[in-house]
Ligand binder design. Structure first.
Ligand SMILES: [Mg+2]
Length: 329
């Protein structure tokens, strides 16, 4: 290669690494923005949201939970636990993540899922982090055993493990199992993180990324049929009229991926998602992570980002997650 060629490839790498950094920052800040925009209208119907607010396009105070504008919920708080642990331990350490989840739970958060609370209560009593989620899952009935509480927090792993997809899938599943052991939840985390990993690396096209990610994580036939069927046609074959916005993990994944991958901008993606109400903060968080990974941090409106107390830490953590090179075996 000539010197000029070296120059060109160095410059291409610099450009690429700036893009990766922007998309990594967009992933974490996007998650928090979607969470905070959706928080005031969680549990509302679209009609009730329209009657009270018209259309939610700004960070609102009060509403559900009665908090100031830009207040994030468990989705962002638990993602922060994971990101801080990864940065400090420089690898996935399930016991450390579980300890941080428990410390957060013991701080008295205003929003926590039932499955998460039950699992962390077992951890507090001495159950190993590997077993807690499974024990809770085994005593829960179908219909209340596959919530979105692990999918909502999992994306920091996609930044740290962006070069090692097999290990990313493993840690995504293991981290889910601390609280959510249902195969739809564990595979859902692996799927979302594989999609985000591809978007952050700048390799993905929005049409093919979900089906490619599904194929990539489907080793040893571990993607449940129900998950495969529900998301394989995303986004082109999805009818937006059929999307759900509940706390069911597959509804959240489908809607978050759909809005994140089809909107023309970060803002449009998150606004469309949260105005559907129901589990608005979590669908907003997943949508925001996907759209932030796709469009980069510059696409996130300043008027939203500047309301977030956690903004500076989220950006610093995103940068640090790109620097660590976790174990690959
Ligand atoms: Mg929440």
């Amino acid at each position: 290669m000539t010197d000029h060629g070296d120059e060109r490839s160095r410059s291409a790498r610099r450009t690429d690494s700036a893009g990766v950094r922007s998309r990594a920052r967009g992933t974490l800040l996007g998650l928090a923005c979607g969470d905070a925009l959706g928080r005031p209208v969680e549990f509302r119907t679209p009609a009730a949201i329209e009657a009270e607010y018209g259309r939610v396009t700004e960070m609102l105070g009060d509403g559900t939970y009665g908090k100031p504008p830009g207040t994030v919920t468990d989705d962002t708080e638990m993602a922060l636990c994971i990101a801080r642990s990864l940065v400090e331990r420089e690898r996935f350490d399930g016991a450390d993540v579980a300890r941080r989840f428990l410390a957060w739970y013991d701080s008295g958060p205003f929003d926590i899922g039932l499955t998460t609370a039950d699992s962390l209560a077992l951890v507090r009593e001495g159950t190993a982090w590997e077993d807690a989620g499974r024990r809770v899952w085994e005593r829960r009935a179908e219909g209340e055993n596959a919530g979105n509480g692990s999918v909502m927090r999992c994306v920091p792993y996609a930044l740290a493990y962006r070069e090692t997809p097999d290990r990313l899938a493993e840690v995504s599943r293991a981290s889910s199992e601390i609280t959510h052991a249902d195969p739809r939840c564990t595979a859902g985390c692996a799927l979302l993180n594989e999609v985000v990993r591809r978007l952050v690396r700048g390799e993905a096209d929005t049409e093919g990324v979900v089906s490619d990610a599904l194929s990539a994580i489907d080793g040893e036939d571990r993607v449940p049929d129900e998950l495969w069927t529900r998301v394989a046609g995303l986004p082109a074959e999805t009818d937006p009229e059929t999307l759900g916005y509940s706390g069911y993990v597959l509804a959240t994944l489908e809607s978050g991926l759909y809005h994140g991958l089809t909107a023309d901008s970060f803002e449009e993606a998150v606004v469309e998602a949260v105005n559907e109400g129901d589990d608005a903060d979590t669908v907003g968080a997943v949508t925001g992570a996907v759209a932030g990974a796709r469009f980069g941090v510059e696409s996130i409106p300043d008027r939203w980002a500047e309301t977030l107390e956690e903004r500076g830490e989220l950006l610093r953590l995103a940068d640090r997650l790109l620097e660590i090179a976790p174990e690959t075996t």
